[in-house]
Design a binder for this molecule. Structure first.
Ligand code: ZN
Length: 280
């Protein structure tokens, strides 16, 4: 299933994409794409509905594909070819950082270049959405806790991230630095999350053209690993790292300016399109 949220910010309705590509209203059946609705039982209830009989929605905006996200956890340097382009070694254990949940926005919303930014950069990533509380889970059972996947754009300000002291959070958490969606694609639709093409273009020019098959620490390992340090809850999102081709890795580096258009997508998970604008 492809679950989504449609409507103006703060007023999104839960919805589902039907087999003909029409967007159907789920709001008579679930409160939102969050919490119990994305538990295994909640998904089974949605799957039992006659989707084509649900009212069709006019799409004026697509919101973030999941609501109620308590944690937005990112994995750094998780692609062997991306680590190489940044000059960093692949870390011996996953590098974890947090992106503020206030950064989350819709997949096609404008992205704000923050005040003082000179190094706003792009990163297409596979987003993993948790559907069931996970604590101390093994790698073998980890996928039972994953409800599905989405495209995640880990927008980054490299100066804030690496030149302003401390951890990476400052450069990752600016408002609108977390577009997720268009859809939460349920796990049953993706047999192998470690073999998905991933791409990103800036103003039509391909910058990233990779695959999740060069991910060092795969989805099941990462979910298990994180659950050793913190419980993961329904609606939590894990952004699993980016393939090569980010602006910071270019010679000379290349960063985003107001008016730039970034398009990105992942095989079978849909695509996003953002115009970058100056924050006032
Ligand atoms: Zn990233």
């Amino acid at each position: 299933m492809k679950l989504m949220r449609v409507g103006q910010p703060g007023q999104e309705k839960p919805a589902i994409l039907d087999a003909d590509g029409k967007v159907r209203d789920l709001s008579q059946h679930v409160d939102d794409i969050s919490g119990a609705a994305i538990s295994p039982e909640g998904l089974a209830r949605i799957a039992a509905l006659d989707i084509k009989s649900l009212p069709e929605l006019t799409v004026d905006r697509i919101g973030a594909c999941v609501a109620g996200t308590g944690k937005f956890i990112c994995i750094g340097l998780n692609f062997s070819d991306h680590a190489a382009e940044t000059g960093a070694a692949v870390p011996p254990e996953p590098v974890i950082f947090m992106k503020a949940t206030s950064a989350i926005c819709g997949p096609n919303d404008d992205v704000l270049i923050p005040r003082g930014s000179e190094k706003t950069d792009w990163e297409v990533e596979l987003g993993v959405v948790i559907g069931k509380t996970a604590k101390y889970v093994s790698e073998a059972e980890a996928m039972d806790y994953v409800v599905g996947y989405c495209v995640s754009h880990d927008v980054s300000e490299r100066g804030f991230q690496t030149e302003r002291a401390g951890q990476w959070t400052k450069g990752k958490s600016c408002d609108t630095f977390g577009p997720i969606g268009p859809w939460l694609v349920t796990r049953d639709e993706i047999d192998d999350p470690q073999n998905l093409g991933m791409w990103l273009k800036v103003n039509g020019e391909t910058m990233q053209d990779g695959s999740s098959n060069t991910m060092v620490y795969g989805v099941a390992f990462v979910v298990s690993y994180l659950s050793q340090f913190m419980s993961l809850h329904p609606g939590d999102v894990i952004s699993t790292g980016t393939p090569p081709g980010v602006g910071m890795g270019m010679k000379p580096p290349r960063y985003l300016k107001p008016g730039d258009v970034v398009e990105l997508g992942i095989e079978r998970l849909g695509s996003q399109r953002q115009t970058f604008v100056a924050d006032r």
